[in-house]
Design a binder for this molecule. Sequence first.
Ligand SMILES: Cc1cc2nc3c(=O)[nH]c(=O)nc-3n(C[C@H](O)[C@H](O)[C@H](O)COP(=O)(O)O)c2cc1C
Length: 212
Amino acid sequence: MKLDLTHHRPEFLQAGLSRDELDDNPFKQFKLWFEQAEQADVINPSAMSLATSDGLEISLRTVLLKYFDEKGFVFFTNYASKKSKQMDENPQAALLFPWLAIERQVKVSGRVERVSTVESMRYFASRPKESQLGAWASHQSSILPSRQLLLSQFEAMKAKFKQGEIPLPDFWGGYRIIPETIEFWQGRENRLHDRFVYQRVDGVWTISRLAP
Ligand SMILES: Cc1cc2nc3c(=O)[nH]c(=O)nc-3n(C[C@H](O)[C@H](O)[C@H](O)COP(=O)(O)O)c2cc1C
């Protein structure tokens, strides 16, 4: 069996990116591109690939960016999941926003920190009740013998937390990726794409153009 995709030759003709249109502050630049992705109806612009490694194995998955500011990019997950074990072992990670409909990608790499319990509580409390129960019901990344078991765990949690607020599970919360580099990529004609990387050196952001 073979699938030959050599005839797939996407062209990138929508826009260019020059140094003088970049904000000196990479967070402001990210915010601008994020808003443009939303305006262009990119599907799930907050979906980002998260790459982690414990030093032996590399793994990758999609998570949802919940907020960002100059402190970093925050998402929430199960602290016993594979990604969490890898980040706890090796607190470095990379993110990728694949905004392919507008021929853009943004790459982020940096240090990882757990957010405070108060911060996780604040976000957890804002989630719909069913998502809160879902967090309680799933032992994320462990082998699950059947979907039926997951549904019965969900029902058990529903019964357990019938009354009042659903508390934050102690195995669930946020991580913040504190960027050391942020790269903005804009597809161009003839594969001569525009790439600019911001790098934080001694607390100051420098900007360099990279070869495509
Ligand atoms: C669009 C999308 C959004 C997702 N958002 C999250 C998220 O915010 N947090 C999360 O833990 N998993 C999220 N997932 C599921 C993860 O991709 C992954 O399956 C799960 O976190 C287990 O990953 P791990 O075993 O590598 O730890 C999302 C998946 C998709 C496709």
